[in-house]
Design a protein around this ligand. Structure first.
Ligand SMILES: C=C(O[C@H]1C=CC=C(C(=O)O)[C@@H]1O)C(=O)O
Length: 349
């Protein structure tokens, strides 16, 4: 779907949700903090197509690293501190993230990056959103682009679908090693527990909206080019078809795939421990005039600044009692590869 022109911006997500219920098309991005300004808007026109985003081969763009926030050792320390908090009973799961600031030698074209993301993960959900509608000057003419595997919510008529991902292992170059890494993930009690927090949350949250719900108790093993994941397809039937896709997205985000369990305790810990996430780990998508639509969890993504050479990207991982700080740091490093590949920077870094 391509949305062109801003007819009206809705920096308050609740205003956008009211407009969607009144039959307006809404597209854009919601931040990790639901109270931060949203880049949601009613477009002037929309072009819908069943065809995937055309892919392009990433070209080397002289990408260099400017900053790692926080330093890798600090991320490890934060993971250790959060494990202590979990042991003390403050939360059961907390997703901790870190970010990289990068610089390109030449200005980057958002349309070209979109094609690069599409090429890196054809089965993924490629997105590009102009963040200007949020109204914060820091985001004017900034683009938010990525290729996420994770469907927060899709609504078509009364049918809703979620496809949560949680539990990760890096893909390996050698096919036998790669298959073993996937199998080890599927067999890992720690990763199964980390995944179950997300499915339990969605089951409980969707029960408030759905008359029927199918949420399997056993996850599937799926992969992107870079990562093996545990994932569970969930489907439900809405009780009230006046509920829009945007209502559901706002009710669900952030799930424990990017926040934690319990939700409020985990997000309070994230706010205390981490730098603000901006639009990373929020949601990106659309809701049409009938309330149908699709919202993706905004991970495996970057923010391209108005200068077109400054890039910020994030990667996170779920921390549970059995997590290991070094393994969590390595997991975020592996997750950065989706973005680095789209930037043509895998070798450079
Ligand atoms: C938070 C991210 O991934 C989430 C989605 C899949 C697997 C995850 C994990 O294994 O921790 C995370 O929950 C990210 O990519 O930044």
């Amino acid at each position: 779907m391509t949305a062109l022109g801003v007819d009206r911006a809705f920096p308050k997500a609740s205003d956008a949700a009211a407009a969607a219920r009144a039959g307006r098309m809404i597209v854009g991005a919601i931040g990790f903090d639901p109270d931060s300004p949203a880049a949601l808007f009613s477009p002037r026109s929309v072009v819908r197509s069943d065809r995937p985003v055309p892919s392009s081969t990433p070209r080397a763009r002289g990408i260099s690293s400017v900053a790692t926030i926080p330093a890798p050792a600090t991320h490890r320390d934060r993971v250790a501190a959060v494990i202590d908090m979990i042991d003390a009973g403050d939360a059961e799961k907390v997703v901790l993230a870190r970010s990289l600031t990068l610089r390109a030698d030449v200005p980057l074209d958002p349309a070209e990056l979109l094609g690069n993301f599409a090429a890196g993960n054809p089965a993924g959900n490629t997105f590009g959103v102009d963040l200007s509608p949020c109204g914060d000057p820091d985001y004017t003419d900034n683009w938010f682009l990525g290729s996420t595997p994770e469907l927060l919510i899709r609504k078509a008529g009364r049918t809703v679908t979620c496809h949560p991902y949680a539990g990760s292992a890096a893909r390996q170059a050698d096919p036998a090693d790669d298959a073993a890494a996937g199998q080890a993930l599927l067999d890992s009690a720690k990763d199964r527990a980390e995944h179950a927090f997300v499915v339990d949350y969605l089951r409980a949250s969707l029960a408030a909206f759905c008359s029927e719900l199918d949420a399997p108790t056993t996850p599937k093993l799926l992969s992107t080019n870079e990562i093996w994941h545990l994932a569970t397809p969930i489907t439900g039937t809405l009780r009230d078809d006046a509920t829009t896709a945007l209502d559901l997205a706002l009710a669900l985000t952030p799930t424990p795939a990017v926040g934690g369990t319990p939700k409020d305790a985990a997000t309070a810990i994230i706010a205390k421990v981490e730098e603000p996430r901006g639009f990373y780990a929020g949601a990106v998508g659309w809701c049409d005039e009938n309330g149908d639509g699709e919202w993706m969890v905004s991970i495996r993504c970057l923010q391209l600044a108005a200068d077109r050479v400054t890039i910020q990207t994030w990667a996170g991982g779920g921390i549970v009692a059995a997590s290991d700080p070094q393994a969590e740091l390595d997991e975020t490093t592996a997750k950065f590869r989706t973005v680095l590949r789209a930037l043509g920077a895998t070798k450079a870094l």
